[in-house]
Design a protein around this ligand. Structure first.
Ligand code: FE2
Length: 242
């Protein structure tokens, strides 16, 4: 894709911040565009808490309604409230979520705002990265791209689960597209590929609040259950096409 002025600055930021670690990548067709908004912004009003795209018990038995309830209604909601409070009365007030995250990422005086806004974006992306009856190897274009990029679905699965398990402390595992290549990336705390040249396709929350009620310290079991039974490949394909 042609490089826009802000692409170069984001790449510079990525190198400086090293917030995202590419773990596995290989060739694929050239794809255009950048990551899309999670859609949780109110027009002109700043970020808002989006409704879940399914019932809170829809992901059972892999993620319980209790976990989803705490996660969405308390953790995600708090990130939204913090973002709006920190943005109030500043040039960030009223910005939609994606430009807010990107602007705050480059502003060393707004680390708290970036952390909360990026968590709003990451969580909105996470809810839509899973669905009842999802998971397993995808079909169609995603199947072909994964095969070109990783050799086989099982190799992608291994790389993704390694990213999820090896992220030290809190963070995220992602499937992204960047310059025509699919890659597995992990980010710490609130860091997000949104501030890089990569386009997010899927993400898995590996903060303990995402799984501890159901899996305690067994993050590997949570990640495998998520990828095998919940991953929303339709969402990933839609992000590629957007
Ligand atoms: Fe979370």
């Amino acid at each position: 894709m042609s490089e826009k002025p802000d692409d170069a600055s984001r790449r510079t930021f990525l190198k400086a911040a090293a917030g995202a670690v590419i773990l596995a990548t290989a060739g694929g067709p050239l794809l255009s565009g950048c990551g899309k908004s999670g859609g949780s912004g109110e027009a002109g009003g700043g970020p808002a808490l989006p409704a879940l795209p399914y019932a809170q018990n829809a992901l059972e038995p892999y993620i319980s309604a209790r976990t989803i309830g705490f996660h969405h209604d308390r953790h995600h909601k708090k990130y939204v409230e913090n973002t709006r409070a920190l943005a109030a009365g500043t040039p960030y007030e009223g910005l939609d979520l994606v430009p807010l995250v990107r602007k705050a990422a480059a502003d060393t005086e707004r680390k708290a705002l970036f952390n909360n806004a990026a968590q709003v974006y990451n969580h909105d992306f996470y809810w839509r990265s899973m669905k009842p009856g999802g998971g397993g190897a995808p079909a169609g274009r995603m199947k072909d791209l994964l095969a070109k990029s990783f050799g086989a679905y099982d190799a992608f699965r291994k790389a993704f689960l390694e990213a999820a398990v090896s992220q030290f402390g809190s963070g995220w595992a992602w499937l992204v597209e960047d310059a025509g290549k699919l890659a597995v990336v992990k980010t710490g705390n609130a860091d997000t590929p949104l501030t890089t040249t990569a386009r997010p396709l899927l993400c898995l929350d590996v903060w303990e609040h995402a799984y501890y009620l159901d899996y305690q310290d067994r993050r590997a079991d949570y990640a495998a259950a998520w990828l095998d039974h919940l991953a929303n490949w339709d969402f990933a394909a839609g992000n590629l096409a957007g």
